[in-house]
Structure formats: C-alpha cells, structure tokens
Design a protein around this ligand. Structure first.
Ligand code: FHN
Length: 419
C-alpha cells in the first residue's frame, strides 16, 4: 500500500440519483446531508424509480474530473459505485436498478472514469455501501428493524456479485471504500475482504469494512486525529456540509482552510480524501472547482512537502501559525501566517541549508541556544520582508509559505520540554 501512503491527498466523489434532487423533494428541503434524502423523507423505492427515469446527467465529463484531481495534486479518486440508496452508478447485471438500465442517460460513467484514470495515470477506487441498501428489501437501514431481514440473501445476491463486477469489469481497482457496516458480523466483513483480495490482491480495503478488517483506518467524517496513530489513516471530508449535491449548501470551506487541513493531516501522517458532489447533470459545482484549483496552485510548487512525506516524531508544541512535515533529511516548515521571522524551539537537528520550497530562494538561518538553554532554529525572510518574499512566490505562496530545511541525518530530532 506504499502508493496510498505516499499519495496523501485523494478526491472523493459522491454522485447518485440523490444528486438530481439536490436537497429538495416535493418542495421540502432536507437539513441533513443530501444523499440521505430517500431515508430521511422515507421516499418509497417505487417513487425513486421514477426519479431514476428522469436522470440524464449528460454533462458528466470524466476527463475533466480527472484533470481537476490532478491539478489539485491528488493521487487517487474514489467514486460512489452504489451508495445507500441502492442504485448502481455503473452497468451491473445483478440489478435492474442501474444508471444504464433505469435512465435515459444509458452511459456507464464508472467505465468512462476508469478509462480516463488509466489514460491519465491516476488510481481509481470504488465506494460501495456493503450493508445499507434502502432499495433492496434485505439491505440494512439505519434506525430500522434490521434483525428481520435476510441479510445473507442480500450479501449473496447483490453485494458480493456487484463487488465481483466492480473488481472484474474496470481494470485495476485501487481500493474499495466500504461504509456503514452497521450490524454486520466480523465473519461477514471478512467474507467481503477475502473476495476483494481474491479478485485483486493489490486492492485496498477501507476501514469501514467493519470489525477492524480494513487495510487502514477511516476516521469519522471530517474528524482530524490530534496525534499520529499506529494504523495508517485517512480523513474523509467535505468541501461544504453535504457529500451529495445540495443546491442550498453554500458553506464552502475556502482554499486556505483546505490547505491548512491538508497540512495538518499530513503532518500527523494521515491522508485527506476530499469530496466533490457533482449535480444532477453531472457538473462539478463551480465553487468546488475554484477551491480545488486554488489548492492546486499551492500544490504546484509545494507538492514535495506533502506527497511521499512521512509523519515526523511529535513536535512538542502547537505552533498555531503553522505545521511541520518531513521526509528523510528534510523538514518542511509551513508558515500560514504573518511572521517577522521564523523560530522553532527544542529542535536539535543540525541545519545544512534553508530555502523557500517553491522558488529555491535561500534564507538566512542560525542555530543557537536560547537564554533558557533550549535548542533553537532561527530563520529570516530575505531583507526581513515576508510580504515581498510571498509576492515572489506568486500563487504557490498565497496560502502557505513552505520553508525547506535540509538537515544532517535522516530523522529530525526534537528535545523534550520537561528536562
Ligand atoms: O452515510 C454516509 C454518508 O452519506 C457519506 O457517504 C459518508 C462519507 O464518509 N459516509 C457515511 C457516513 O459516515
């Protein structure tokens, strides 16, 4: 799974029939995440079939989405192949409730995306809701009486056959992003894991397969761990509140916040899986595009401080103004705020060379002890002018000025603060 550990940043795509409703059904607005509308409003499956008949996302453009992910510096894409609504967003022979059979659109967007990803050299994984299925009478549903259902039948006749299709029809699959196991047993989760590994041994399995059987941990949605964890981990996160498109949700996190989250997550050794929700016509919301493009401006010059980095030992301070990332022999100081100069305390490693990552412009530095005897790094902006240095960096320095410090030795050494 080295590719996944190195990638650090991925694109999540929530797209399904719910995207067409856009957070509203029969004049009623949802106040929950929009892809839950069928559950929250208890829309009967028959009615949902009519919605499917009107689904015609003719503006879906797989190539454009892949380019957007690449421009943002993302290394992988994960798309909903079947969300809890039970609708297959690909050509599935196991069900008639699919984008190819139930809509006038008739195309297989998963195939289009798989082909675009292969052309552009970006890995593709599939989200698959393995337990919740609000269309199938034997699929589970949160807060429903699930005990009475024949889940074995659902597993054997829908879930496993569909996973088999996804893992045999679309070339190499980077990962299966399972979600909401609910009351699945450890044996059932293991059965799914075994199936994935039998069909594609390299394919990863997300933490939400259940019973701790994932190849990595998926944190709670939008929850960033405070400290590095033992198991590799990933934060699935939204750009606004919802995952599926909701025309009323305009609470967009701005590029500054996204870059800050990315650095924070990467500094603690995690991955950031950031979501877009295309609308009912298949279009990526303009705000999502703009935000990801600006994040891409940062990544353009600074990807080295993100991609392929490893969690450093825990630095004993919460800096407030920035974060540290690193790799063998290098520490990257992410400066997110105005600072006359940059100082790091209790850092023992010897500095060899210091420069702005995006431009290579060298910075004056000194290594000393403070009056209290703490090991200390001091770094100055050229002519003590951060603003001018930021301007010279252009778009790559707008949100974060990344300073690269080359050090002696491979791993940075911090000193304890309680000596
Ligand atoms: O219920 C889903 C939700 O719709 C969305 O898919 C997120 C993404 O992580 N997962 C579940 C809730 O945790």
């Amino acid at each position: 799974m080295q590719w996944w550990l190195d990638a650090k940043f991925g694109l999540f795509i929530h797209w399904g029939l719910y995207s067409m409703l856009a957070g509203e059904y029969k004049g009623r607005k949802t106040n929950n995440i929009a892809e839950w509308i069928i559950h929250d409003f208890q829309i009967p499956p028959k009615e949902y079939e009519h919605i499917a008949e009107q689904f015609d996302p003719k503006e879906f453009d797989a190539e454009k989405i892949v380019q957007l992910a690449k421009k943002a510096g993302m290394g992988y894409i994960v798309i909903t192949s079947k969300h809890h609504e039970g609708f297959a967003m690909y050509d599935s022979a196991c069900s008639d409730y699919t984008i190819v059979k139930s809509t006038s659109f008739g195309r297989d967007p998963i195939r289009e995306l798989a082909q675009a990803c292969q052309r552009e050299g970006i890995r593709l994984g599939f989200y698959y809701s393995q337990a919740q299925d609000w269309y199938d009478e034997n699929g589970y549903e949160q807060d429903a009486d699930n005990e009475a259902k024949n889940f074995r039948k659902y597993l054997d006749e829908k879930c496993k056959p569909q996973l088999r299709e996804l893992l045999t029809q679309y070339g190499p699959v980077a990962l299966i992003w399972f979600d909401t196991p609910l009351i699945m047993t450890a044996e059932e989760s293991k059965e799914l894991r075994d199936l994935v590994k039998e069909l594609q041994p390299e394919c990863l399995v997300s933490g939400r397969i259940g019973s701790g059987l994932g190849d990595y941990a998926s944190t709670g949605d939008n929850f960033i761990p405070l400290l590095p964890t033992k198991k590799p981990w990933e934060v699935p996160a939204t750009l606004n509140h919802t995952w599926g498109f909701n025309k009323f949700d305009t609470a967009w996190k701005q590029p500054e916040a996204i870059v800050r989250n990315l650095i924070k997550i990467v500094s603690r050794g995690g991955n950031y899986l950031l979501n877009i929700g295309p609308d009912g016509l298949g279009r990526v919301p303009e705000e999502s595009q703009r935000i990801l493009e600006e994040v891409g401006d940062f990544m353009q010059g600074n990807a080295e401080s993100i991609v392929g980095t490893k969690a450093l030992p825990v630095y004993p301070y919460d800096l407030g103004w920035g974060y540290l990332t690193g790799r063998s022999g290098k520490v990257y100081i992410h400066v997110l705020e105005e600072k006359p100069m940059v100082q790091l305390l209790n850092i023992v490693s010897k500095m060899k060379k210091v420069y702005l990552l995006a431009s290579g412009e060298e910075l004056k530095f000194e290594q000393r002890e403070t009056c209290e005897g703490d090991a200390c790094w001091n770094i100055w902006w050229p002519n003590d002018d951060q603003k001018a240095a930021r301007e010279r960096l252009g778009a790559a320095g707008k949100v974060d000025m990344v300073i690269c410090v080359e050090i002696e030795g491979e791993e940075v050494e911090f000193e304890p603060i309680d000596f």
